[in-house]
Design a protein around this ligand. Sequence first.
Ligand SMILES: NC(=O)C1=CN([C@@H]2O[C@H](COP(=O)(O)OP(=O)(O)OC[C@H]3O[C@@H](n4cnc5c(N)ncnc54)[C@H](OP(=O)(O)O)[C@@H]3O)[C@@H](O)[C@H]2O)C=CC1
Ligand SMILES: O=C(CO)COP(=O)(O)O
Length: 341
Amino acid sequence: MAENPKLTILGAGSWGTALAALTARNGVSTTLWGRDRAALAAMAASRRNQRYLPDIELPAELAYEAELATAVRGAGIVLIVVPSHAFAAMLDEIAPLLDAGTAIAWATKGFEPGTGRFLHELVAERLPGRAAAVVTGPSFAREVAAGLPSAVTVHSDDAAFAQQLAGLLHAPNLRAYSGGDVLGAELGGAMKNVLAVATGIADGMQLGLNARAGLITRGMNEMLRLGVALGARPETLIGLSGLGDLVLTCTGDLSRNRRLGLALGQGVAIDEAVRRIGQVVESILTADEVARLADKHGLDLPISAGVRAVLHGEVTPVDGLKALMAREQKPEYPHGLFGTD
Ligand SMILES: NC(=O)C1=CN([C@@H]2O[C@H](COP(=O)(O)OP(=O)(O)OC[C@H]3O[C@@H](n4cnc5c(N)ncnc54)[C@H](OP(=O)(O)O)[C@@H]3O)[C@@H](O)[C@H]2O)C=CC1
Ligand SMILES: O=C(CO)COP(=O)(O)O
């Protein structure tokens, strides 16, 4: 791998733009690609992403490229930051365009809709033989773009690649850690979005701080049980990509998933809530995939299942919370920390 690889970021929404600004400021040769040519041209001219990060001045060093083939040609690393529903198609589009040695990374959080497959499985299937890494952790795009202190983590089976990419992201106000548990890192980043809807609903219903803490903690328990059943390392789940992102997203009003829950808890219809947010809300698809994985492994994850039922309109938020409270009394850990009940 080249020492100073060129980085191409695919997806010019909030997070893709924030990461591109970060690496360009870090002196990494960075090109940002987005599917909206006009928006990209406006970004290049104004050095602002008017739709997704209007308050942030983008660094002069950041390059923009609307032609996908040109954007990925010569890149040492391609970092994908499109929503999960667009991820597989993005891989298919770039597959014939990539140079032989280009490594792949992604900062998307979610699963393949309809199958519950992890994004790293899609990468291995569609772009086999390439170094691959996930960038995740508690990181609101707006705060990273504004240069506020943050910590993220980069996981890969290829330790040298994880280290290299973490090095490109690491900055005076951004600590980038590395690790080797791609599945665990992806699971935490995906599942916290579903759990953030639950705490958002409770807060929207003004159920109090005790309810919020209870939901976060029992939600963490659900993440641990599903993660361990799937082969994640517990330390990944209690690290930045799991607990870290869970706390951020469940408590921070910048979170779109939390805001969806807040709106639902206040009685706003789901379509209207999503329209008001106006950006990707990954939990809507991820809740189904968490349920699919839980079913496959015979796990009862009542908070995640409740969120899924609310998102499908099968129960109201009030009835969903009543059902959670009405569950039978039992030990906190009937089968130890990683038991399946
Ligand atoms: N925002 C954040 O703080 C963080 C986000 N993430 C994750 O990053 C991913 C992207 O989210 P984020 O940037 O916030 O989302 P936004 O809603 O801010 O932006 C989504 C971007 O994806 C583009 N897009 C949508 N569909 C396609 C497609 N089919 N092909 C190409 N581009 C497409 C949109 O283009 P257009 O404008 O043309 O619709 C837009 O540029 C999500 O998985 C999210 O969970 C992770 C960490 C932090
Ligand atoms: O993943 C995020 C922060 O780490 C962003 O969360 P939301 O998608 O809920 O805004």
